[in-house]
Design a protein around this ligand. Structure first.
Ligand code: ADP
Ligand code: ADP
Length: 227
């Protein structure tokens, strides 16, 4: 039931900097796990290796028991939500959310793509903005669009890299509740990166504490929530 397994992962950048030093952890299916650590400790480096955007120097990554280190990003069934939303500014909300289903091997007939897009727009409560452009939306609304776009391919794993850090304090509290309830409703295995301890404690089923490329503590606050 360990859906994600990271084994002895290491990353040395080209300039010789060892950003990740022998890191191992696992994530159970359906869990929401927080990677907590200060800026520069290697959280993004780990995410990029999980997503296939960066090749590990050594070690292995298993999804559902299968090594994915040699699997292309598009075949990993991962949804990635970035700190800065990374929406397409010239597209409407609906077009942004549909986009992953209109290209490449996930391409579907337009009506079907729209139907799936609208399902996730409903779950993330952005239906009413379907025809607006991202710059007409607030930060919190834009982040919901980014989450809907990540979920539309129905990935097996959701990676969220400081998704709340561009939001004001009040909205951060609201959106983090929404994210937790959404990922539990969808049942997707989620890794959530943050440098904010309080945020990690409030959202995570489990917290992995990172510092300077190593795990300092695993299983912090496990079963905070009894469901
Ligand atoms: P975090 O996401 O926790 O802020 P990162 O994974 O972005 O940390 O970075 C971890 C460390 O690796 C930092 O010291 C950063 O400066 C360094 N780093 C990140 N990317 C590169 C790179 N392309 N080349 C060299 N060093 C890098
Ligand atoms: P983050 O939003 O995670 O803090 P950064 O601003 O640290 O991202 O990094 C932005 C880009 O610069 C990334 O592609 C990262 O790999 C690269 N980078 C970060 N630190 C270094 C570094 N010390 N040397 C080279 N590239 C780096």
């Amino acid at each position: 039931e360990n859906f994600v397994q990271v084994k002895n992962l290491r990353k040395v950048y080209e300039n010789g900097h060892e950003a990740i030093k022998d890191v191992s952890f696992s994530v159970k299916k359906g869990d929401l796990v927080c990677l907590l650590g200060p800026s520069g400790c290697g959280k993004t480096t780990i995410f990029n290796m999980l997503a296939g955007l960066l090749t590990p120097t050594s070690g292995d990554i298993l999804f559902d028991g299968k090594s994915v280190v040699k699997t292309a990003p598009k075949d990993r069934q991962i949804g990635y939500v970035f700190q800065n939303y990374a929406l397409y500014p010239h597209m409407t909300v609906l077009q942004n959310v549909m986009f992953p289903l209109t290209v490449g091997k996930n391409k579907r007939p337009k009506a079907e793509a729209e139907k799936v897009a609208r399902k996730y727009m409903n779950l993330t409560q952005i239906d009413e903005f379907a025809d607006q452009k991202p710059d007409q939306l607030s930060g919190g609304q834009q982040q919901r669009v980014a989450i809907a776009r990540a979920l539309v391919q129905e990935p097996k794993i959701l990676l969220m890299d400081e998704p709340l850090s561009n939001l004001d304090a009040r909205l951060r509290l609201k959106i983090r509740e929404e994210i937790r309830s959404l990922v539990k409703k969808v049942g997707i295995t989620t890794l959530f990166v943050t440098h904010d301890q309080e945020e990690a404690l409030s959202i995570g089923d489990k917290i992995i504490l990172f510092n300077d490329g190593v795990i300092q503590q695993d299983d912090l606050g496990q079963n905070l929530y009894s469901e």
